[in-house]
Structures are given as C-alpha cells and as structure tokens.
Design a protein around this ligand. Structure first.
Ligand SMILES: CC(C)(COP(=O)(O)OP(=O)(O)OC[C@H]1O[C@@H](n2cnc3c(N)ncnc32)[C@H](O)[C@@H]1OP(=O)(O)O)[C@@H](O)C(=O)NCCC(=O)NCCS
Length: 145
C-alpha cells in the first residue's frame, strides 16, 4: 500500500462508485476547483489499483478562524478495502504535507457515516446536522494542524 499524489482525473472512478453513484457518467464526477493550483489530490495504491482517494483545497470557512485553512473533499475508500487503515494512511500523509506548507486547519463537511472515522483522527465535531441535497446528513468537522 502506498499513498501518493494523483491527478484529479484519477479520482473519478472511485468518486463515482462510492460518493456520487447518482451521476450518470464517471466523467461527471468533477469538482469545479479540481484543477486549481492549490488543489492536492491523493490516492492510495494497492496492487496497481487506486483504492482510496481524497482531495484537498485551500478554502476559508465562516465557521472558524484560521490563517491558512484547507478543505478536504471527496474522501472515499473502495468498499473492499475499508477497515484496514487505508483512509487513515491517506489523511496522515496529506496532513504531513499540509503542515509543511504551514496550513493551520483542515476542515470538511463530514457525511454522518464518516464522523467516527474523522473523530478517530482527532477532528473536532460541530453539533449541527445539515442536509446536502442528494447526499444526506452532514456535520462540520475540523482539525487544528
Ligand atoms: C469513511 C471511510 C473513508 C473510512 O475509510 P477506512 O479506510 O475504512 O477507515 P480506516 O480503516 O482508516 O479507519 C481509521 C479509524 O476510523 C475508524 N472508523 C472508520 N470508519 C468507521 C465507522 N464507520 N464507524 C466507526 N469507526 C470507523 C476505524 O475503526 C479506525 O479506528 P482505529 O484507528 O481505532 O482502528 C470509508 O468508510 C468510506 O469511504 N466510506 C464511504 C464514503 C464516505 O463516507 N466518505 C467520507 C465523505 S465525508
């Protein structure tokens, strides 16, 4: 298992399979800022296949004060590879790299089902639960780096 930086285009298959199956085509599984200079896309490679993905973008949020915050989006592990610390390995590598760039906070809109995962990594949890259309319930979570 190896964590590495990947191209945005390499995230699309897992985004489609795991996160946005309601979209018709894999090619539609883009984020409007995927190609921005600050975007960092990570993948975990196992036996030549990308089995986990996560994308990180410089983004402020009114929900917290930070000098240089990053937002995590589209975090997904292939169903066959969950529960083996694959997701954790991806986040740990990304955090190490973000710290090198003096990023001070990492935040995300966490799907309810993923709240324990982020909690195990030290993220704090805002109590408000909100709905994102077509996806479901989320909670705001953040980690001071
Ligand atoms: C959430 C997700 C990314 C976790 O990935 P994973 O590789 O299975 O998680 P890991 O094995 O690295 O787990 C790390 C820790 O979190 C815990 N954890 C992970 N998912 C959990 C869950 N659903 N419930 C409780 N604990 C969980 C693990 O037990 C582990 O704890 P430990 O270090 O004490 O052993 C993965 O389940 C997934 O892709 N889910 C569907 C898509 C999704 O919801 N993405 C997040 C969008 S915000």
């Amino acid at each position: 298992m190896k964590v590495k930086r990947i191209q945005a285009s390499e995230t699309r298959a897992l985004r489609h399979l795991v996160l946005w199956p309601h979209l018709t085509h894999e090619q539609d599984c883009t984020i409007d800022i995927d190609d921005r200079a600050d975007a960092m896309h990570y993948g975990v490679v196992f036996e030549h296949e990308i089995v986990a993905i996560g994308s990180f973008f410089q983004m402020n949020t009114p929900k917290l004060e930070a000098n240089f915050p990053y937002r995590l989006r589209a975090m997904a592990v292939h169903p066959a590879h969950r529960g083996r610390h694959v997701g954790q390995a991806l986040i740990h590598q990304a955090i190490a790299d973000l710290k090198q760039q003096n990023v001070d906070v990492l935040w995300c809109d966490a799907r309810i089902g993923a709240v324990p995962f982020y909690g195990s990594l030290g993220f704090e949890l805002h109590p408000e639960v909100y709905q994102i259309p077509l996806i479901g319930a989320h909670q705001f979570m953040w980690l001071s780096l």
